[in-house]
Design a protein around this ligand. Structure first.
Ligand SMILES: [Zn+2]
Ligand SMILES: [Zn+2]
Length: 239
């Protein structure tokens, strides 16, 4: 993201409360925040109820689910604020594809409301440099910057990279997504995560394959514990 867009993001966050009411991004009704009106905010699909502590999918007893017992992912916990359903999916798409960067703080703060343990540091799920050039910004990095500032913990901006430009996960059937992501990420040799608790920040967790691969790379680099912090979790029956 350019320095200018960064400044604009900071300026808009500062002045949002003194601006006149702006249309809600979802329904067009007046909204003081310029994001969601109170009615739409109340409609957002917050993840409630008992869920598996590792993958955040609903689990009736709140214990580790069968899938995670059978094949534990490389990450140890997941924190997710919402399910990836209407109308939250529209907000994430506006952020990613229409550069509604004003959503960054709102969505990052929703994740923070769910966080119970503070890790030692954060990493954002990296985009491949080619994809980053096309989009101009990495929404996960923007979310992670906000979270890092609010928690006062370091964000390791250059620690991990995406070394394979894989086809978008959304273009593949679920079964092929694990294979598609294999060895997609590396941690730079000077990354100091040895024995540390690292949280990976991303916008949406669908199968968990991407975050799982990055968590695997972090563990190979010595990370002691890896958490996944996502704005939204796709629930299998929604697919
Ligand atoms: Zn609304
Ligand atoms: Zn699970």
């Amino acid at each position: 993201m350019s320095i200018l867009s960064h400044r604009l993001l900071n300026i808009s966050a500062k002045f949002v409360h003194i601006l006149p009411a702006q249309p809600c991004l979802l329904c067009g009704a007046p909204s003081q925040s310029g994001l969601c009106c109170a009615a739409c905010d109340a409609e957002l699909p917050r993840l409630t109820g008992k869920h598996c502590p590792i993958c955040a999918l609903p689990a009736p007893t709140g214990d580790v689910c069968g899938e995670c017992l059978k094949q534990p992912p490389a990450f140890d916990h997941t924190v997710a604020a919402f399910s990836y359903n209407f109308p939250l999916n529209k907000l994430i798409q506006s952020l990613k594809f229409r550069e509604r960067l004003i959503l960054v703080n709102y969505l990052a703060d929703a994740v923070l409301k769910r966080v119970t343990a503070t890790p030692d540091c954060l990493v954002a799920l990296p985009l491949h440099p080619v994809r980053l050039r096309e989009r101009g910004f990495n929404q996960s990095m923007l979310l992670a910057r906000r979270i890092s500032r609010r928690l006062g913990i370091p964000l390791l901006v250059h620690a991990c990279e995406r070394v394979r430009n894989t086809p978008p996960q959304s273009s593949l059937p679920w079964k092929e997504r694990d294979k598609n992501m294999r060895q997609a990420f590396t941690c730079k040799p000077d990354t100091d995560v040895r024995g540390k608790h690292v949280a990976i920040v991303d916008d949406v967790m669908t199968t968990g394959a991407s975050i799982g691969e990055l968590a695997h790379a972090l563990k190979l680099a010595g990370a002691g514990e890896v958490s996944a912090w996502v704005v939204a979790r796709t629930l299998p029956h929604d697919h």
